[in-house]
Design a protein around this ligand. Structure first.
Ligand SMILES: [Zn+2]
Length: 462
């Protein structure tokens, strides 16, 4: 194939991307010439998994994580799954369409983080980190020799620097409620200066099983069955302990000096946020997700401006990890049956079988990776997030609920139901009859949204 012909194209962010124009469609017989290997077994001929000791402090002893199915990796793989989580499927499309060479080797020059995340004792404590590779951002540094020799080893963490323009924050800056300091808030347009990171999941299965208090074999079987039998090696290769699952990752946004994240003498404000595309991006008013996220960012900025540091941790766990389709089905059922706080969780359980599948037990790993040992202000009302962090040994000094004036009226149903179920609040916990009275809007209700800075339930349908 000829890769000399390149054309520039723009992606949705306006960045120029270069994709090779191939002279020919991919020759399937040539690329995938052999019969596919549907699965492997520990005692297969030539099978010699590369040494990997999860929890070792020295990366050269810990060993690189090798997951590829190319000829060089196949027999020495020590991980299942694929780089890029769900995006591995798009890679499959790109290769099939001839847009991507099946043997493309990434060029990692100048892709290293602009800041150093200092190695912590937590990195080598397998009871603290089991769901990400603590060396995932420095693979090019520690495993350069192997990469240069042609092994497909890729970073699973990337860190960069960015400027952000958030409309709600820009307004606060214009109104003078957030000041311009030239460092965090850079200028009068409200431009924010941050470091951000993207973290793909890398699961050490024995550690994940232990954390979730389940049997590893049963966990493997359940993952295999519930992903449509996608990774048979979950069953056939008990000797392979690492799994790069096809799920979304996590983003972190750091306001202020990242070095202070691990300093117990410096104040830290945190928001742990689980993705809600409908609210976060499209500003739907049935829940408090975007208002709470923006509040968390504001608090993070203020903490950083006062000499502390702010941290937003954003997990791709849409709709309490039930997915957006399930979420919308539940919305329909709620609206058709009279949307009340009393029935809020029951309707989710009727459709999904559970109230919530986020299982926060793995969430604290990112805090351990960053060296966080205490959080001064935790802008979250979730008892599950709070308890998971505290159980992981991370102190939480203050819990900060979303201010009433930021709660969209229609999301009072969710808010009251969550408070009644144990979410943290500084106001009165609603009784059962209050929950029946807290009702959402009808689809056809045309009354304008009122401020929720009012009694905690709507007296009747407006
Ligand atoms: Zn939401």
């Amino acid at each position: 194939m000829d890769y000399h012909n390149y054309s520039g194209q723009s992606d949705s962010d306006g960045d120029t991307v270069v994709s090779p124009i191939l002279d020919n469609q991919p020759n399937h017989l040539k690329i995938y010439a052999n019969m596919p290997i549907l699965t492997t077994y520990p005692h297969d001929k030539g099978n010699m998994p590369s040494k990997m000791s999860w929890g070792e402090a020295d990366p050269s002893i810990r060993g690189s994580i090798i997951v590829g199915r190319d000829a060089a990796s196949m027999n020495i793989r020590n991980a299942m799954g694929a780089y890029g989580g769900p995006y591995s499927i798009y890679r499959g499309l790109a290769v099939a369409m001839g847009d991507l060479a099946h043997d493309h080797k990434p060029n990692f020059e100048n892709t290293q983080p602009p800041i150093e995340i200092e190695q912590r004792p937590q990195w080598s404590d397998p009871s603290k980190i089991v769901s990400l590779d603590p060396f995932g951002h420095v693979t090019n540094k520690y495993f350069k020799k192997e990469i240069d020799a042609g092994l497909d080893i890729r970073p699973t963490i990337a860190i960069t620097r960015a400027h952000m323009l958030v409309p709600e924050i820009q307004e606060e800056v214009r109104e003078g409620r957030i000041c311009i300091d030239g460092k965090i808030v850079m200028n009068g347009t409200g431009e924010l200066n941050v470091h951000k990171g993207a973290i793909d999941p890398v699961w050490y299965l024995p550690g994940v099983a232990e954390r979730l208090k389940v049997d590893e074999g049963f966990l493997r079987r359940s993952l295999f069955e519930n992903s449509g039998g996608m990774y048979p090696e979950l069953i056939t290769r008990p000797d392979i302990k690492v799994f790069l699952p096809p799920i979304g990752g996590t983003s972190i946004y750091i306001f202020g000096d990242h070095k202070h994240l691990s300093d117990p003498n410096v104040r830290l404000t945190v928001r742990v946020h689980d993705e809600c595309n409908g609210s976060d991006v499209f500003c739907s008013d049935i829940c408090t997700c975007r208002p709470y996220l923006i509040f968390g960012i504001k608090e993070a900025i203020k903490e950083a401006q006062n000499g502390g540091v702010g941290l937003i941790v954003y997990f791709r766990k849409e709709g309490r990890a039930l997915g957006e389709v399930t979420k919308y089905l539940v919305y329909n059922a709620r609206k058709r049956e009279g949307d009340s706080a009393a029935k809020y969780f029951t309707r989710t359980e009727n459709v999904a079988g559970v109230k919530d599948m986020r299982f926060q037990a793995l969430m604290p790993d990112i805090f351990h990776w960053l060296g966080v040992t205490k959080i001064d202000r935790f802008t979250s009302m979730s008892n599950m997030k709070h308890d998971a962090l505290v159980e992981a040994g991370i102190k939480i000094l203050e819990r900060v609920p979303i201010p009433d004036e930021l709660i969209p009226p229609d999301s009072m149903v969710e808010m009251e139901a969550k408070i009644a179920a144990g979410y943290f609040t500084t106001r009165t916990i609603p009784h059962e009859e209050d929950l029946c009275r807290t009702i959402g809007r009808d689809w056809d209700d045309v009354q304008p949204s009122q401020s929720a800075n009012k009694p905690p339930h709507r007296p009747s349908k407006a």
